[in-house]
Design a protein around this ligand. Structure first.
Ligand SMILES: Nc1nc2c(c(=O)[nH]1)N[C@@H](CN(C=O)c1ccc(C(=O)N[C@@H](CCC(=O)O)C(=O)O)cc1)CN2
Length: 292
């Protein structure tokens, strides 16, 4: 069996086209969605992601604001920037690019973003809403994976989903979203004994461990759907995922590549959340082009 390739570039394009329609409609009614991204320091990967977020939001027709701050910025100053954006009526989505330098308390910064503008879906209030299934901003990477599964016609209800990884950004919310769609969910992590024996039971296997090519064909049941969230460099410095793509594609029924799989969906879902935030503001009479 050679697996079907689930392309985040193609599915992302389909969703971005839908977002553009939504943005145009909102602008026609007098409201332009605005996204602000804060970047602290000069990490090259973060710089690339932030640049792509700016480019993508402009392509979608949104207002884009980038705030670049030095690595040495104090926590107090960073919080002041967030507060200013919380009060800016032309901004509907605020994102602080992670990771932050070690002298800054990441949790405190996330909590300082207004839950109404938290388009990353990381604020504890929004995490709580997600867990009880209320409308909120869903974290972009797991939300993107759910879209990939659904738009590829993969049934989730009754399936055994195994999530390898338990980060607050990907692993934990991923399991919750799969549970809400009636999957039976198992979490595995660095302390799990006999990890391969759990992984091999998965109908849907999500690899979010952060170890290059960790998941080989020996971890995968024949016909499983394999989603690779990893972003690593191999021994030759080439971008690769947590899944050993060449061996796993021979046993899986469907697989996401790296690059071109989950990664592009993360930014797509950020745009979707920003549109949702602006739509809510418009509904509540809090959005106007005049306020730009
Ligand atoms: N505040 C946040 N910080 C971080 C998040 C996040 O969702 N919110 N996620 C990651 C980084 N990230 C977005 O911020 C991100 C990572 C990867 C990609 C992507 O498109 N990857 C490409 C490959 C890119 C390359 O060539 O290097 C792919 O997989 O095809 C987009 C966004 C951590 N921080």
């Amino acid at each position: 069996m050679t697996a079907k390739v689930i392309s985040g570039v193609e599915i992302g394009k389909e969703i971005r086209d839908e977002i553009k329609v939504g943005v145009d409609k909102l602008i026609d009614s007098g409201c332009k969605p605005g996204l602000a991204v804060i970047l602290v320091g000069e990490d090259p990967a973060s710089q690339t992601y932030v640049k792509n977020k700016e480019k993508s939001s402009i392509q979608a027709g949104m207002k884009s604001e980038q705030i670049k701050l030095p690595e040495t910025i104090s926590q107090k100053e960073l919080l002041e920037h967030v507060e200013k954006l919380n009060n800016d009526v032309s901004i509907h989505g605020i994102l602080v690019q992670l990771p932050l330098p070690s002298h800054i308390d990441e949790d405190l910064v996330i909590k300082s973003i207004s839950p109404d503008k938290d388009v990353d879906g990381f604020h504890p209030q929004n995490v709580g809403k997600m867990i009880i299934g209320q409308e909120t901003f869903l974290p972009c990477t797991p939300h993107g994976i759910m879209e990939m599964l659904e738009r590829s016609g993969i049934d989730i209800a009754g399936k055994h989903a195994v999530v390898i990884g338990r980060s607050n950004i990907v692993g934990k919310p991923m399991g919750q979203l799969l549970l809400q769609k009636d999957a039976t969910v198992t979490y595995c992590h660095s302390k799990t004994k006999n990890l391969a024996s759990f992984a091999k039971q998965a109908d849907i296997l999500i690899a979010a461990i952060g170890k290059a090519k960790f998941v080989t064909d020996e971890y995968v049941k024949e016909g499983a759907v394999v989603i690779d969230v990893g972003m690593n460099r191999d021994e030759n410095g080439k971008l690769c995922g947590d899944v050993d793509y060449d061996s796993v594609k021979e046993v899986a029924s469907a697989i996401t590549p790296v690059p071109g799989g989950v990664g592009p969906m993360t930014i797509t879902m950020l745009l979707k959340n920003t549109l949702l935030s602006a739509e809510i503001a418009q509904r509540e009479g809090k959005c106007s082009l005049l306020q730009e």
